[in-house]
Design a binder for this molecule. Structure first.
Ligand code: NZQ
Ligand code: ZN
Length: 385
């Protein structure tokens, strides 16, 4: 097992009715800004429940945070936070709203352009406004991690940062609030969580038995419950398992003491920035080809994955590995997420702009061995056509 430093201060309140706890969780006397997305919370009752819990608080609202939250929108929120002397933020929504809130929390403490956070790799974040979240879409794990991904529309750049200053103080996870999700977002969420686990599990063995078995348990749960979540919009137990899986997939626990990959995510971010695919769509396209292209480096873990997750024990090694990758693809398709660039109208001409963007963003030494060069990414994209 590798050395690690695991830190996670986020309090989780899980279950139906927990939104009412906001009354006590949000500090009394705080000037609160509630941030949300395009309006789903007004249709599914979440907005009303949050407001009912905060009747004794001073709450300003900032709505309109887009999927793949934009820098252009978030700087407006930062200006408002400064103008109104806001001292507590509440994100109500999916990963985009939560990520956007993290950027606002850190950006509001800076005098210079908050885009500098990406240019300085978070080194200029010395403090951030405190914030909590009410999660409505299980997918990213943003509700219990310190990462954030922001898109600058004017330059088609999607960049991420991490800082211990932007862990949520608390997150409320009420699975019944996911009943209103459209099937596309249910599928996206399950695929994103699955990919997060794979990026931390499917590298090379370091004899980290606990992390491996946690990861395999989460993958098996998603395989079991994901299709159920699509089939039944209001099964509380199914949604509970999916929701907690997605949080545990990226809260630092399974990633402590093991190598990380993340090449699929980095190539995927460029696909979203350039062609506007949903985050999980990019992962469904890239992950299978990434595993095939890097089969030799990942051989031992691919065989473990084939056996323990998909129960594939027969045949020679290469047959088992290919079968496991094919099962992964089938699973993504079953979740309604296409696994080919062509499923999103993208052909061979789409590849070179992605390579140019990876080079511009210095994403040319990716993966657990830092050997995913631009050339490897090109090959992966060609295999994904
Ligand atoms: O905007 P509203 O109207 O709220 O609608 C949203 C949005 O259209 C809707 N939605 C959310 N909850 C709903 C709902 N609709 C009905 N009922 C509900 N309960 O779903 C749509 C997508 O929401 P979004 O927040 O964009 O999705 P997701 O949670 O998948 O977040 C994606 C973003 O997170 C980033 C991605 O890159 C992307 O920008 N990621 C963040 C990570 C992190 N912080 O650790 C890691 C991930 O790998 C990922 O990169
Ligand atoms: Zn992701």
């Amino acid at each position: 097992m590798l050395n690690f430093d695991f830190y996670n201060p986020t309090q989780i309140l899980f279950g139906q009715g927990q939104i009412a706890s906001l009354a006590n969780l949000v500090p009394a006397g705080a000037r609160v800004m509630m941030l949300y997305g395009g309006g789903s919370i007004r249709q599914n009752g979440v907005y009303d429940e949050v407001m009912a819990a905060l009747t004794d608080h001073k709450v300003l609202e900032f709505g309109g945070i887009e999927p793949n939250p934009s820098y252009e929108t978030l700087v407006r929120a930062i200006a408002q936070v400064k103008a109104e002397n806001i001292d507590f933020l509440l994100a109500v929504g999916g990963g985009s709203v939560i990520d956007g809130t993290k950027f606002v929390a850190a950006g509001a403490m800076l005098d210079d352009d908050p885009w500098s956070i990406f240019e300085q790799r978070s080194a200029n974040i010395v403090s951030a406004l405190p914030f909590g979240t009410v999660l409505t879409l299980p997918a990213t794990g943003s509700e219990m991690n310190s990462g954030s991904v922001v898109t600058r529309k004017s330059t088609q750049e999607k960049r991420s940062f991490m800082s211990r200053k932007v862990f949520p103080q608390f997150s409320i996870l009420d699975p019944s609030k996911t009943f209103s999700l459209p099937p596309r977002q249910v599928g996206n969420g399950v695929v994103d969580a699955f990919a997060h686990i794979m990026e931390q599990y499917l590298t090379y063995p370091v004899n980290a038995k606990v992390q491996d078995r946690f990861a395999e348990g989460l993958l098996l749960t998603l395989i079991e419950e994901g299709p159920q979540a699509l089939a039944n919009t209001d099964d509380y137990d199914v949604r509970s398992n999916v929701m907690w899986c997605a949080t545990l997939a990226l809260n630092g626990l399974i990633g402590a003491g093991v190598p990380h990959d993340w090449a699929t995510h980095m190539v995927g971010h460029e696909l979203t920035a350039l062609y506007n695919l949903d985050h999980a769509q990019t992962l469904a396209v890239i992950l299978p080809s990434m595993l095939r292209a890097r089969k030799e480096e990942k051989r031992a873990k691919l065989l473990q994955y084939a056996q323990r997750v998909w129960g594939l024990a027969g045949g020679d090694e290469d047959t088992r590995i290919e079968a496991a990758i094919a099962r992964t693809e089938e699973f993504f398709n079953k979740m309604g997420v296409g696994t080919r660039l062509g499923d999103y109208g993208l052909g061979p001409e789409s590849i070179e702009p992605v390579i140019a963007a990876l080079e511009a963003h210095r994403m040319t030494r990716l993966g657990e061995h830092r050997d995913v060069t631009a050339e490897v990414s090109r090959k992966v994209l060609q295999m994904s056509l």
